[in-house]
Every structure is written in C-alpha cells, then in structure tokens.
Design a protein around this ligand. Sequence first.
Ligand code: 6PG
Length: 243
Amino acid sequence: MREISSAYGRVVVGAQAELFGEALKITLESRAAARPGRFIWALTGGSTPAAFYKWCVETRALPAELAAGTHFTVSDERHVLLSSADSNFGNAERQLLSPLGVPTDRRHPWMVAWPVAEAAEAYRRTLLILAGPGRAYDLCFLGMGDDCHTASLFPQTPLLKDDGGLLFGGQEVPGKGWRLTITPSGLRACGKVVVMALGAGKAEALHRVHRGPLDVANVPSQVLQTCAERVVWLVDEAAAAKL
Ligand code: 6PG
C-alpha cells in the first residue's frame, strides 16, 4: 500500500483485500479509543461497502466480540422500508449484521416509516442517548458517488451551506425522494471517518475532490476538509489513477 497527501485526509492506495484489512484495523483502533461498551459504528450504502461486508463474512475477519459489542447504524438512509434492496440499513443487516449474529438491541436504523422531520428528530434523540451531547459516531464509513456526493449530501444540498449545527438531518432531494443523513457538523463530530472508493468509475470524482478547486456546494465530499485530520480514504489503483 502507498499513501498520497491531500488536504482532505490521508489517502491510502492498495489492492481491495489490503484496503479492507486496513478498514478493519482502523475499526479496531476506533473501538479501542471509544468508551467501553459504547462503540458506535456507522456503515453506509453503495457498492463498495457491500463488497466489504462480503469480505468480512467470508474471511470471518471481524472478531466476534466486536460484532456483539458494537452499536451499528448507517450514515444516511433512503425513504424505503428496511426490506427494500435500496435500504442502506436493510442491506447492512442482510449482508453483515445478521450473518454475524449482531444482537437486535445493537442495531439502530433510521426511523424510515415517519415523515422526514420527525424521523430526523427521533434519530437525533437516539444518538444523543447513545453517543452523548455533541458527539456523532466513533467511526463513520462513507462511500462517494460519481457526482462527488457522500452520505446523502448531494451537490447544492442546503445542508452543505447551513446545517444549523445539527449532527443529523433530513431533506427532500430532487429526483430521489427524502433522505436522512449525517450533516457536515455531524461529520466533524465523528471520531474517525473512512471513505471507501473502488474502481475506475471513481477516478474522476476523486480527482475533483482532491485535486480540483475548493467548491463544497458542487463537490460535497470536499466538506471533509474541515475534519481532514480524522479522515482516511481507502482507494484502489484504478480509482487513484488521476490523483
Ligand atoms: C447511498 C450512500 C451513498 C453511496 C455513494 C457511492 O445511500 O447511496 O450512502 O453516499 O455511498 O453513492 O455508492 P456506490 O459505491 O454504489 O457508487
């Protein structure tokens, strides 16, 4: 593996299995740094996390006590039932939490059956109890879309400009229905943030984030500049081609 310097965090480049091993190492370090019994790990949506879940289950790399003793949630969610293939938490449950036997009281989905404002408020309360005031997740996994969005912070989303200091929010996203998401303030309140991006399809977006001009409104992943010292990007050679 090699590292590339960036204003948006440490960029680690390697083969998929190496990157997943690194993700696991960061997870174990985050857990060791968290309050005992209170480790909160947010998974995310998209294709790269799905490959990571598969790797975790197939290699049995996640220690059983990590699976049993972690509070699991997701960085953002869509307005669909958990049974939907579009549900980020539903996919995490089906592909990782259930195969690992994570107890149900350690699973914390967003309240998708509620209207968006109430759902965001209910989740804020849950996280306030779990994490404590002013804290979000101990560890937040993220992916990145071709349009440089991360979590559900899309180009031109009002939350990028002003999240009112709230760590979690909800909003209508044109063409995508409503989304619940960690906010920029929430990302700054995480212990560690890991962005995974694999494949040639991510090369242009990674270039825009790391080598393009600062333009958070149109390149939302650049919001991570404000907490860069706690951010690690895990990318393969194909994705890193333009860095
Ligand atoms: C979601 C995710 C989103 C995702 C990226 C990357 O709900 O879709 O939270 O931010 O991580 O869109 O997805 P791919 O890895 O599938 O490109």
